[in-house]
Write a protein that binds this ligand. Structure first.
Ligand SMILES: [Zn+2]
Length: 169
């Protein structure tokens, strides 16, 4: 069977693209984010791709499905964008931290003990009487770079049912 020249070069290009994608998949420092497939998130996806973040789409709207990191471990010793679910309602707190998550959680708990309503988790308690499910706090996306962390945080907040935004340090 004979193939037109342009078909062969197109096939070669595809093969190369697939190889490059496979290589990127193996890269441990590549961030992957899964967003719901809607207009808002399509715009976010374009933005994130410029930051060399791999973006995939899903139709599910639950937070657990929205954002997944490839490496699933007990991750309170890691840094990045994190979530703390409310113990009572279905809302979550989304934040980002450049330090270990367990240190950031300690600060949230300290703010709670002082009833510091500048803290969003405390404010949620003040408004609703709800408490956070601290033990289920987790890193959604590992990210060491501050700029990329902020972008990811914004993307996750837009796509989640949050109690409010609050940035960490
Ligand atoms: Zn709540």
């Amino acid at each position: 069977m004979k193939y037109a020249k342009h078909m062969l070069s197109s096939a070669r290009r595809h093969a190369r693209a697939i190889r490059e994608l496979a290589t990127a998949e193996k890269s441990s420092d590549m961030t992957r984010i899964i967003l719901p497939n809607n207009n808002t998130c399509n715009n976010i996806a374009r933005f994130l791709r410029n930051l060399a973040t791999e973006v995939a789409f899903k139709t599910s709207q639950t937070l657990g499905d929205l954002v997944r990191h490839k490496v699933r471990t007990s991750n309170t010793g890691e840094r990045g964008v994190y979530s703390i679910p409310c113990r009572v309602c279905d809302k979550v707190y989304i934040g980002e931290t450049g330090r270990e998550l367990k240190e950031r959680i300690k600060e949230h708990k300290y703010a709670m003990s002082r009833y510091n309503t500048n803290n969003t988790c405390v404010a949620h308690r003040s408004h609703t009487g709800h408490v956070m499910k601290w033990e289920n706090a987790k890193i959604l996306n590992k990210e060491a770079d501050l700029k990329r962390r902020k972008c990811l945080e914004a993307a996750v907040i837009i796509c989640s049912s949050t109690i409010a935004k609050h940035s960490g340090s």
